[in-house]
Ligand binder design. Sequence first.
Ligand code: SIN
Length: 556
Amino acid sequence: MPDTLRLPGRLTAPSPGWTTRADVVIVGSGIAGLTAALRLRGSVDRILVVTKDVLNAGSTQWAQGGIAAALGPGDTPEQHEADTLVAGAGACDLDAVRVLVNEGPEAVRELIALGTNFDHTDDGELSLTREGGHHRDRIAHAGGDATGAEIQRALIAAIEAAPDIEVIQHALAVDLLLGEDAAGTTGVAGLTLHVIGEGERDGVGAVHCRAVVLASGGLGQVFSQTTNPSVSTGDGMALALRAGATLRDLEFVQFHPTVMYLGPDSRGQQPLISEAVRGEGAFLVDDDGTRIMEGVHELADLAPRDVVAKAIMKRMLETGRPHMWLDARHLGAEFWERRFPTILATARSHGIDPVTELIPVAPACHYASGGVRTDLYGRTDLPGLYATGEVACSGVHGANRLASNSLLEGLVFSRRIAEVLPGELPAWREPSADRRTAGLVAGDIRRELQETMTSRSGVLRSAPGLAEGAAVLDKLAGHAAEAVDQASWEATNLLTISAALAGAAALREETRGSHWRDDFPERDDAHWAGHFDVTMDDGVTTVAFVPAPATDGGLG
Ligand code: SIN
């Protein structure tokens, strides 16, 4: 990060034109947010869910593969733990992983009890499949490849049947309000929201509350091509950072190996071709039809995601081609229609028929393994602020998330937040005068920012590229917004997160998991076993290394 880079300490916004109160505000309405709301119900008086768009606009809806848990015959949480640790390349938190794999099966059973219709075999057993990095069939799925949509449907139905949970849609979380308690400790006093078209609550308002649960998803829109929806602009991470919470492991951004390539000018959300397609036997080939993953890893096309993404990128660089190919023709029309109806329809809508044609694929940003640092109960280091799901860094993913562990993380850690939060709900804090320096960058920096992050902090990184990227971020930070609007708020959040991510990526001089350095091609436990933590004080960002022993026994 350049020494000169100064970011807004808070977002410029009009003074709140309306106020409301809730005991707990949950920001986000995917699996993490809605699970937290439903589980807190009955233990907390007033719960308010706020979501940036409509309830199902976030990443959960788009999840294809499924949700991993040791539910099948012969599978155990220990085996799920081992696969998670290997994928995480030594950077997972062992205690967090144990929580995930041990509480996962029960949490999935609860999701079923809530009304989620997972797919079953002809014998009536839960149908479990395999994805990259898993040595067992342990991925539960729904509607073939529409798992997230089905989970989201079931959760929304449950929320709609709970009239005591208040929901405000079209509500962008702008910044946290901070205040001191009787002991003089600074913590959450509420948050400001910008709401569009929701009756009396219109424009910027303030919600006073005792705790905020961030479940606002990831940062995929930092990059030009991503599987994430347009709402994933890192808002939750950015507002937490500005308020004094710590971000961890931001450099570990997962690039999904098989995202459908739509041409050089395609931007924004791109179609995902689920890893489950390879789980069912599809394989990667280059232009000559040579299999890419043979001999690269013992699991071949089902190697952990970072290994496959790197192999594809290497072949793309060697051949100068903008994509490789996924061959799934042998699965046949009937299987495609039954098992992957969504992917089939999407591919056909883009002019490719996977039953008879190869699918062009290239890696694209998919998932933030890092985020707002939490403990095993979703607590951040800012009193009253909790985080769960992709916005959080609970430590379960390390340097590379294992396939289908993300829905599970949101589910498990939201349950844990609901377990402790009612008993430790902070006293009301009066919001104090905000002394952080307000600022806003122009919304139209977005495209240059994304292109810079993609080319300089994307799949393959190097010191010169990262330095060039940092200089562009520095320049973009100087483009002050002329209008105070959603485009500028999002651009400022994207810039804030980009600076933190690129800063950590520049300092991690090794290759580990999804962080791939051209100039430091090996993993280096002697120097870099541990985490980069990012903090901010009134717009000035600090990146610090926190050593921790490698948790995969150095297997990576
Ligand atoms: C996929 O279906 O390949 C994505 C699943 C995941 O991100 O875990």
